[in-house]
Design a protein around this ligand. Structure first.
Ligand code: SAM
Length: 340
């Protein structure tokens, strides 16, 4: 049964947006906050807020000298450093092309890797069977792909979902015309980048804190679901595929990219799709494992999903700092939720 959430309390609001509020589920009695315009609708609210809630308190940037002092004092590999590394990597990939202060070098990585994945996947998917009105962008990070999807489908509403609150704030603010992120130079040395942007389709994109494996949206309503480089970041990748299959309507498409960069920090080894058990028929290959899961005859396959196009070795990278970027070769797949 679907129980729509009710707006139980409204704090701050503007003419067009609710900035702070409390959502209430009349069925299970759970409450979910809306903070800084971001609804936080996750199954374990206490865990997310205790681990990441502080990111919301830091939404107005610190004075640069103070930020640098805090960075040194809180230290490398701290929550503060990890937050800034994420903001730097995904803020840069998403928006550095629009930053007047960004200097591109011939030999360095070019921003926009995630958008290039989206563009290629949309191309591979071809024209949709009917107009696209609802799109989910799961693991949307700093949100630029959500805006790109809104631009590609001018009738669609796009929901970008992620569990990284600081990235969602970056995305939300970009939608309102300003990008601000700490760009990592080296170590814990960062430069604050702040610039105006005008993103097409921004008024049709919204950002929620949501676990992709437990989506707070009605089943079967999305025309298109996108999950770029997310499969190897979740605790249960198979459950992510099932969650995507539930979210999309019959005949709808799922755009997937993955470098199969498994790590036990994100995913227990027994949940990896490939990357182990090289003695088995799949030989430890993620591609073979995933293909079997999506279109194989085995009883373990996910019957609602089928592959309609794929491409191997598509370039995607993450910039770490001025002297380092990690280059991946991702596997791109267009899936279809089989019609009933
Ligand atoms: C490797 S990054 C990819 C970001 C972006 N899609 C891209 O391709 O550049 C994975 C993103 O997924 C988010 N993420 C990880 N686990 C998640 C989950 N269970 N639900 C939603 N987002 C998640 C992370 O916070 C991060 O922003």
């Amino acid at each position: 049964m679907v129980a729509p959430l009710v707006l139980a309390h409204i704090g701050e609001r503007t003419d067009t947006e609710i900035e702070s509020a409390i959502l209430h589920c009349p069925d299970c009695q759970h409450e979910y906050p809306v903070i800084a315009g971001i609804p936080i609708i996750v199954p374990d609210l206490a865990k997310l807020l205790s681990e990441r809630g502080i990111e919301l308190m830091l939404r107005d940037e610190l004075d640069p000298a103070l930020e640098s002092l805090l960075g040194d004092s809180i230290g490398a590999d701290s929550w503060f450093d990890m937050m800034r590394q994420f903001q730097s990597t995904y803020g840069w990939d998403g928006y550095a092309d629009l930053d007047p202060a960004e200097v591109t070098t011939e030999d360095g990585p070019a921003p926009g890797a995630a958008r290039r994945c989206v563009a290629r996947l949309l191309d591979m998917a071809g024209p949709p069977d009917r107009p696209v009105s609802r799109i989910l962008d799961l693991g949307c990070a700093a949100g630029r792909t959500s805006f790109a999807l809104a631009q590609a489908h001018p009738q669609a509403l796009v929901l970008g979902a992620d569990i990284h609150l600081a990235l969602l704030l970056l995305a939300h603010r970009a939608g309102r015309g300003e990008v601000s992120y700490p760009r990592r130079r080296i170590g814990v040395v960062y430069d604050r980048r702040r610039f105006a942007v005008a993103l097409d389709g921004a008024e049709r994109a919204d950002f929620w804190a949501c676990d992709a494996n437990c989506l707070a949206v009605p089943a079967g309503e999305a025309d298109l679901c996108v999950a770029l480089n997310l499969l190897d970041c979740v605790t249960d990748p198979r459950a992510l595929l099932e969650s995507l299959a539930r979210a999309v309507r019959p005949g709808g498409r799922i755009l997937l990219a993955t470098p199969y960069d498994w790590s036990t920090r994100a995913t227990p080894i027994n949940a990896w799709l490939g990357g182990h058990s090289q003695r088995a028929g799949h030989g430890g290959s993620g591609e073979a494992f995933l293909r079997a899961l999506l279109s194989g005859p085995s009883g373990h396959a996910i019957p609602e999903l089928g592959i309609i196009a794929e491409q191997e070795g598509f370039a995607w990278h993450t910039r770490l700092h001025d002297r380092s970027a990690v280059q991946y070769r991702t596997h791109l797949l267009v899936l279809e939720r089989r019609p009933h």
